[in-house]
Design a protein around this ligand. Structure first.
Ligand code: SF4
Length: 328
């Protein structure tokens, strides 16, 4: 099951539900800040539990609720929730392709690196990375998505549509004002201690290979603070006081969460490999864990278990294809 989390936002009680549903399997964090559960036995019951937790607000729009937001920006979590509600309220937008991506970037360029189709960046509407003279507002994002639907044939993304950004901007009464500009993804994900203007602390935590053990998920939920899943397969715990943040690091670091932004394991990722994919020719996860001790300081590696290369991170990285068991 893929559980979409607009803006990556999760409340502790929702994380608790996901940890229960995961059973013994790790919860996978995805490159769009969502979560995936494997091996869920009773799908109908799982759906009911997700719906009761507010994680399935729309049967018609589930596939299109693809929203990322700058994880450390004040108010962006709430803005993502507003966009999600407005998206679900527009019946016609249920027809969007499942790959169409909305982004809310505070100007840091972090989620802008994901090359969203319709994005607010520094208060301006961007279309496939092109700035426009249109205001960055929820309605403008949704109007752009509708214009894409009106113009598309079988294209899945704005970038696939010939002159897509300019034609969509024109349909909204505006114009593209510059070339496509996609920032590089952050070299270091938001991991560690972040002081907020209100004196509280946001605590970023790396999750080894983006796989959150259910037991650890229960512990994170027990902190009882809002959580964000980032597109870099990390977590942010929001609004802790200093004492609570210190306790979280002291308790959860020995259990596997990573609070050092320079830890090599944060620069290694892997597809699920033979832990969940029939095409796999090897154990990509085990190889990735082995590689973490050997990569250079500025290197990023993605390990896959066949030539398809699923789950690659955005930005520069070395791809390793494994076809055998670790140690062979
Ligand atoms: S890269 Fe290959 S082995 Fe890995 S998840 Fe994709 S299809 Fe499966």
């Amino acid at each position: 099951m893929r559980v979409r989390l607009p803006g990556g936002a999760l409340e502790p009680a929702q994380l608790e539900v996901l940890a229960e549903l995961a059973g013994a399997e790790p919860i996978e964090l995805t490159s769009r800040g969502n979560m995936q559960l494997r091996g869920v036995g009773d799908l109908e019951s799982a759906r009911e539990q997700l719906a009761a937790a507010g994680l399935l607000p729309s049967a018609t729009h589930e596939r299109v609720r693809n929203i990322v937001a700058s994880p450390l920006a004040d108010g962006y979590r709430e803005a993502a929730a507003r966009l999600d509600r407005a998206l679900v309220a527009r019946a016609g937008l249920a027809a969007l392709p499942g790959r169409f991506l909305f982004a809310l970037d505070d100007g840091a360029g972090d989620v802008a690196s994901l090359a969203a189709d319709a994005e607010i960046r520094s208060g301006v509407l961007h279309l496939d990375g092109h700035p426009t003279d249109l205001p960055g507002a929820v309605d403008a994002l949704l109007d752009a998505a509708q214009a894409f639907l009106d113009l598309r044939g079988d294209e899945w993304r704005v970038r696939d549509l010939s002159d897509g950004a300019a034609r969509i901007a024109a349909a909204l009464g505006g114009a593209v004002t510059g070339p496509r500009a996609i920032p590089a993804p952050p070299i270091v994900p938001p991991v560690g201690w972040f002081d907020r203007p209100d004196g509280a602390v946001d605590l970023g935590a790396g999750v080894p290979l983006g796989r959150l053990e259910p037991r650890l998920a229960h512990f994170v939920a027990a902190v009882e603070h809002p959580v964000t899943v980032t597109p870099w397969r990390t977590l942010v715990l929001h609004g802790l006081d200093e004492g609570a943040a210190e306790t979280v690091v002291r308790v959860l670091a020995p259990l596997g969460l990573i609070f050092d932004a320079n830890a090599p394991l944060l620069r290694v990722s892997a597809c699920v490999g033979d832990h969940g994919c029939a095409r796999a020719q090897g154990d990509s996860l085990a190889h990735a864990a082995d590689l973490a001790g050997m990569i250079a300081d500025d290197e990023r590696v993605h390990v896959v278990a066949c030539g398809r290369g699923c789950g690659a991170p955005s930005g520069e990285h070395r791809r390793v294809v494994v076809t055998e068991e670790p140690g062979e």
